[in-house]
Every structure is written in structure tokens, then in C-alpha cells.
Ligand binder design. Structure first.
Ligand code: C2E
Ligand code: CA
Ligand code: CA
Length: 577
């Protein structure tokens, strides 16, 4: 500026974002004078200096004249000239330039003023651009929610750290962390709480790790930590356990204590990989293994790969899932056609898997049946369904409960004892429980099956033959078995044409003749209701009435159903049409 203006003296004073003077430089000033001013000003809050007192909030260049110059400008050896605040974004002062001369009347002309004005604006723009670029860089490398480094920045750090570790034969560890119950929190308490929780987690992570470790958020509820100083596998495990323990403590979010928990997978350099992608991928595999086995921390090894690729993975998880109440029971209502009331429900199990979502019974019941785990599963469903029945009974809803039993259960001579135990502990009368079995389950060992069924019936429990018509048995088969009910498989309802309903009608007649209760299941359309009503069966079940529902939803559904039921109507389903 001094050069352009032709003046002999120029000072530049730089101010940082917190308002302190960080740099003092000069032009045309003796070295020792500059040094004296520098020592006097650097590190001081700008506003506390004599200069700060007069510049105030004015952001356009102002002339220096003798009246105001004594205190503020004496130090700089300037008696006349201009002081030029350089501001940027939100009027932050980033620098102050003083140009002038040691005597009065220097630089007083209009062309000087215009030039100074122009320079001030130009410089402010440059400063603004620089800050915006820095801001962009920050945004590109940081996660906007938690202010942690983002994935791109983490990969850069990791590549850099790997280069150094390779040169120095050092060790590195990548810890991939995933929260255990984040989805639940987000779904039940809302995104605001979810976001606040992620912030709390970020803070807790950084507070537990050392300064030199890099903590980043990869997205969602996934975080990654780079342990850079000579972290070998055992050291990494210790650090990971520390993190898991830290996240087992409740987090306080919006006046709530939230228990979130976390699983961590570890991959180390050089043992598990030498490039960022491999390390991140293997840490990810190890993390899934940690989730799957619920052990909290798993370091990658070749067996993790194998475990991930094998189908029975779900099977290994099942016993734990049962213990930890990951299974849930939904209830599907059955409509009694004599009273037009819902007198019973069927318990249908689901698995709320932490990573795979809600799994239907087809996805895991066959696995459980192929091993002994079905015993545990059946006992759990029995206890849960009867527990629910007891709750409903206590609140005035006497609903019969149907529970599905597999072939393997029937081969188990302790089944009647297990059923008795579940009845006793729930307090539900035995005749309120119906056990549903398929023909193939009974036929696989007819003598033993019949024996167990007979003992169950002696307890007072009702027995239902499920999926009737899909097996190989004849109607005559029904006569030999100790049964109370038959459920006609939905495949017979198909298009609802004459032949099918003739078949169904015959089955119903035959069943009634044998003194059996007939349930028709899988009714999806109102038209099939009508045709089924004509065939004189006892109970209906199907999506058209209601899909299987969670207990609370079913209560709501029952209330709605009852209140829409006109008294004396013989076709209540028409109401819902
Ligand atoms: P299921 O015993 O025949 O149960 C009826 C199945 O048909 C249920 O499927 C139910 O959701 C479905 N469904 C009901 N109404 C309709 C309809 O109108 N249309 C169609 N297309 N489907 C309908 P889900 O819950 O997937 O259960 C499938 C099977 O898994 C069950 O067939 C049963 O064999 C077995 N299962 C379910 N829960 C358990 C359990 O706790 N233990 C055992 N051992 N097996 C179970
Ligand atoms: Ca069934
Ligand atoms: Ca069935």
C-alpha cells in the first residue's frame, strides 16, 4: 500500500478470529522500532489497544489526522495518512493497515482516499474468499452433525499414517464402531433425539481416546477410530474395550438417560491389510461378527470371513436371540362364525434381528427345526403367548391362544411337561390353549406322535391339525388322531370357484361328522368370506380380517372391530368392506 501511494511508512496488523493481534509487520520503519511495536502488540486483544479504542466498528478507511493521532498512532510514527480496516464475513476485523507519513498533511488528497478505499475493498474480498475456501475445506472434511472428521478425511489420514508406518515399520489399528440400539432410539424417540445422541457419542468417544488418535464418523451410527501410535492387536483390543465400556454408560440426551451400547471390529496394519480399503473392509467384517456374536469387540481374522459367508450364521445367533428377547410374537385374530366375535388368536413368531431387520418364521424356524434349538424356541413362544393371554384375560379379554408346534417338538417326550409348566406359570386354563401341528409332523412317527398328543389332550389342551390338505394323508386319517380342530389350508381357497368350494365343503362336512372344529385360514378377499360362510365352517382367519399384529395393535384392532359390529348382523365382514 505504501508503495502504491508513494508514502514512506506502512504497518499491517493481523487479528485472529478471537480478536487477538497475531502479526505485526511494517514497511519503511527501522527494525528496532518495528520490533518494539511487535512486542507491545502481538498476542494482545485488539480492542484493548489504543488503536482498537478508536477503530471501533467502522469498516471503511478513515483519514488519520493530528487530533486523533497522538495516542493511537504515535507508536507507529505516523502523524497523517489513513487507517484501513480489512474486514470479512460478518464484519470480522482480520487486519488493519496503516499508511502515512511522519508529518502532518501527508496523503490528504482525494486520489489517495479513492486508492485506499479501493485497496481496502479489494483486500477484504481476498480475505473473504480465503475464509470461504477454508470453510469449504472444513465442510468437505468434516461431518456437519458431530464436527468429527468425515469418511473422506479419515481415508486421507489413514493413507498418510500408513505411508509413515510402512517407512518406520510401525503398527496401526483401525477400530470400526457401530451403535447397538441406535435404530430403536431413532425410530421411537425421533430424529432430533437421534442426532443429539450421535453428538453425545462423538463427544464421549473423543473424551476417551488420546489426542493423537483420529475419531471420524463414517455416516449413520458408524464411527471409526485410527490408533496411530504403535498400536498392535492386543493394544487395540484394550482401547476398543475401553470404548465399549464408555458407551455402556448411559448418555444423557434431552433429560433422558439412553443406554446405547456399541460393537467394535478391529483391523491392524500390517497384520490384516496394508491399504486403507482393505483395513476398513476387514474392520467392518469384524464389527459385524462382534454384532452377530454380541461379544462387543472382535479383531479380524480369517475365521471372520468364513463366519460371514456361512448360512448357519443365523442359527448360531438364535439361542442368544431367544435369551435376549429378540424374538417377538404377533397375533392373528380368528373370527368365530357362530357368534361373529373374535374368540381366539394364533401366535406367530418373528425375529427382530439387530442387523437384518424383522425376519419371518420361514427364515429361521426351519433352521431351528433342523437342530435342537426348536425346543428352546417353542418353549419361549409358549411362555410369551400364554403370558400375553394371561394379561388379556386380566383386562377382560378372554382370548384363546393357538401356538404352533413343530415335528421335532412332538418327538420330545418332555413336551407335555413343558406345556404344563407354561400353563401353570401363566395361570391360563389348559382349555384356552390350542397347539397346532402339521400332518407331516404327526406322521413322521405316528405311534409316538399319537402318544404325546394323547397326553397333551389329557392336560385339557386342544389339538389342531394345521395346513390340512397339503400332506399325503386321507380324510380317514383324521379319525385315528386325537384332534379337536382342523385348519383347512389356504391353497384350497385359491380362486374360490365351484370345484374348490365343493372340496372345502366336503372337508367341512367330514370334519363336523367327526366332531371337529373347522377353521378356514388364508382368507384374503371378502368374496371368499362369503363363500366360506356358505360352507358352514366354524372359524375364519386371514389377511382380509386382519394380518398378524403386535399385541398392542391387536387390542386396538379388537376395539375397532367390536365397535363397528352392528348387533344381530349375520355378515359382520360386510361392515368393513
Ligand atoms: P401357519 O401356521 O400356517 O401360519 C399362518 C401363516 O399364514 C402365517 O405366516 C400368516 O401370517 C400367514 N397368513 C395369515 N393370513 C393369510 C392370508 O390371508 N394370506 C396369506 N397369503 N397368508 C396368510 P407366518 O407368520 O409367516 O408363518 C409361517 C409359518 O411359520 C406358520 O404357518 C407356521 O408353520 C410357522 N410358524 C410361525 N410361528 C411359529 C412358531 O412359533 N413355532 C413354530 N414351530 N412354527 C411357527
Ligand atoms: Ca398355524
Ligand atoms: Ca396353516
Amino acid at each position: 500500500t505504501a508503495k502504491v501511494l508513494g508514502g514512506p511508512i506502512a504497518w499491517s496488523i493481523t487479528v485472529n478470529t478471537t480478536g487477538s493481534i497475531t502479526q505485526v509487520t511494517s514497511f519503511g520503519v527501522p527494525r528496532d522500532t518495528q520490533e518494539k511495536v511487535r512486542v507491545a502488540l502481538e498476542g494482545k486483544p485488539f480492542v484493548s489497544t489504543a488503536l482498537g479504542g478508536i477503530v471501533g466498528p467502522v469498516w471503511t478507511p478513515l483519514p488519520i489526522d493530528e487530533e486523533i493521532s497522538t495516542d493511537a498512532f504515535g507508536l507507529f510514527g505516523v502523524r497523517s495518512g489513513w487507517y484501513i480496516p480489512i474486514s470479512c464475513l460478518q464484519e470480522n476485523l482480520v487486519a488493519l493497515v496503516i499508511v502515512g507519513g511522519p508529518s502532518a498533511g501527508d496523503f490528504a488528497e482525494a486520489r489517495h482516499r479513492d486508492l485506499v478505499n479501493f485497496l481496502a475493498q479489494e483486500t477484504s474480498l481476498i480475505a473473504e474468499n480465503a475464509i470461504l475456501r477454508e470453510h469449504d475445506h472444513y465442510q468437505a472434511t468434516h461431518d456437519s452433525l458431530t464436527s468429527l472428521a468425515n469418511r473422506a478425511a479419515f481415508e486421507d489420514y489413514l493413507a498418510h499414517a500408513l505411508a509413515i508406518a510402512t517407512r518406520t515399520s510401525g503398527h496401526l489399528a483401525v477400530l470400526l464402531l457401530d451403535l447397538n440400539r441406535f435404530k430403536d432410539v431413532n425410530d421411537t424417540l425421533g430424529h432430533h433425539i437421534g442426532d443429539a445422541l450421535l453428538n453425545e457419542v462423538a463427544q464421549r468417544l473423543t473424551s476417551v481416546m488420546r489426542e493423537a488418535d483420529v475419531v471420524a464418523r463414517l455416516g449413520g451410527d458408524e464411527f471409526v477410530i485410527l490408533l496411530s501410535t504403535s498400536a498392535d492387536i492386543s493394544g487395540a483390543k484394550v482401547a476398543a474395550k475401553r470404548l465399549v465400556t464408555a458407551l455402556e454408560q448411559p448418555l444423557l440426551v434431552a433429560h433422558r438417560s439412553i443406554w446405547i451400547g456399541a460393537s467394535i471390529g478391529i483391523a491392524c496394519f500390517p497384520e490384516h491389510g496394508t491399504d486403507p480399503q482393505t483395513l476398513l473392509h476387514r474392520a467392518d467384517l469384524a464389527m459385524y461378527e462382534a454384532k452377530r456374536t454380541t461379544v462387543g469387540v472382535v479383531a479380524y481374522d480369517a475365521s471372520v470371513d468364513r463366519a460371514q459367508s456361512s448360512v448357519p450364521g443365523l442359527l448360531l445367533e438364535l439361542p442368544r436371540a431367544i435369551q435376549q428377547n429378540e424374538l417377538v410374537v404377533h397375533y392373528q385374530p380368528k373370527l368365530d362364525l357362530n357368534s361373529h366375535e373374535v374368540l381366539g388368536v394364533e401366535a406367530l413368531v418373528r425375529w427382530a434381528h439387530p442387523t437384518l431387520g424383522l425376519l419371518g418364521p420361514e427364515q429361521f424356524v426351519p433352521l431351528a427345526e433342523a437342530t435342537g434349538i426348536i425346543r428352546q424356541l417353542t418353549s419361549w413362544v409358549l411362555a410369551t403367548a400364554l403370558g400375553q393371554a394371561a394379561v388379556w384375560r386380566a383386562s377382560g379379554r378372554a382370548l384363546r391362544m393357538s401356538v404352533n408346534i413343530s415335528a421335532r417338538d412332538l418327538a420330545d417326550v418332555t413336551l407335555p411337561d413343558r406345556v404344563t409348566a407354561a400353563l401353570v406359570s401363566s395361570g391360563v386354563p389348559a382349555d384356552q390353549l390350542t397347539l397346532e401341528l402339521t400332518e407331516s409332523a404327526i406322521m413322521s412317527d405316528e405311534a409316538k406322535g399319537t402318544e404325546v398328543l394323547t397326553r397333551l389332550r389329557q392336560l385339557g389342551v386342544r389339538i389342531s391339525l394345521d395346513d390340512f390338505g397339503t400332506g399325503y394323508s386321507s380324510l380317514a386319517y383324521l379319525e385315528r388322531l386325537p384332534l379337536d380342530e382342523v385348519k383347512i389350508d389356504r391353497s384350497f381357497l385359491g380362486g374360490g370357484n365351484g370345484a374348490e368350494s365343493f372340496l372345502v365343503r366336503s372337508m367341512v362336512k367330514m370334519g363336523h361328522h367327526l366332531g371337529l372344529q373347522i377353521v378356514v385360514e388364508g382368507i384374503e378377499h371378502w368374496t371368499s368370506y362369503e363363500s366360506v360362510a356358505r360352507i358352514d365352517c366354524d372359524e375364519l382367519q386371514g389377511f382380509a380380517l386382519s394380518p398378524p399384529l403386535e399385541a398392542a395393535q391387536l387390542e386396538q384392532w379388537l376395539d375397532d372391530w367390536t365397535s363397528n359390529l352392528p348387533s344381530g348382523s349375520s355378515h359382520p365382514w360386510r361392515q368393513a368392506e
